[in-house]
Write a new protein. Structure first.
Length: 192
């Protein structure tokens, strides 16, 4: 008996199975389209505001000096190998999608431990000349860097880089909002 004959439903069930499969495939394609799912494969920072939750982080990043040199993925995704990068993006993306879909996101967004480790790796990756070169030890530089790198996170001292102190949409300065491109908040969520 061939493989296809084994998986085919009995003749009386074929039409209902085709309808159900068509509905499932159509739903997946529709959800993929309305969620702009392919944008998550890119490095475009606007992908992070597809669901509006990260508008605060996007606005504060957009007003920071990091905007010119680093996108969201430059800091928040691993860069040591391509498999780890996309596995991390997939796991993190599914977590974010779940939290948003079921309205479980906290008012103040905070990184989880895995995200903190990745951001720390990327701080060091981009600023390696500042944190490794012992000749730079002086004002504003850390002497004995190995000890400090393993015991402290960069943002313990650099608290406002790059997102500032803003932790929720309501706390963004008007000045920052004016400099930020159009928000991606759905119409039904805007208060008139």
């Amino acid at each position: 008996m061939s493989f296809f004959k084994k998986i085919l439903p009995p003749p009386g069930w074929r039409i209902p199975v085709i309808i159900v499969l068509g509905f499932i495939i159509g739903t997946v394609l529709y959800v993929g389209k309305i969620s702009n799912a392919t944008s998550y494969l890119s490095d475009d920072p606007k992908a992070c505001i597809n669901c509006h939750v990260m508008n605060t982080q996007y606005a504060t990043w957009h007003a920071s000096s990091h905007r010119e040199r680093a996108s969201c993925n430059d800091c928040h995704v691993p860069h040591d190998n391509v498999f780890r990068k996309y596995a991390f993006k997939a796991r993190d993306g599914m977590y974010h999608a779940y939290m948003f879909t079921f309205n479980l996101q906290p008012e103040a967004i905070k990184m989880h431990e895995a995200g903190q480790e990745v951001v720390m790796e990327n701080c060091i990756r981009c600023h390696e000349n500042l944190v490794v070169d012992h000749k730079n030890a002086g004002e504003g530089k850390i002497a004995n860097l190995e000890v400090h790198r393993t015991d402290r996170q960069c943002w313990e001292c650099h608290r406002e880089v790059p997102h500032g102190r803003r932790k929720s949409q309501s706390s963004i300065d008007v000045m920052i909002k004016d400099k930020t491109p159009e928000y991606n908040t759905p119409d039904w969520m805007r208060k008139e």
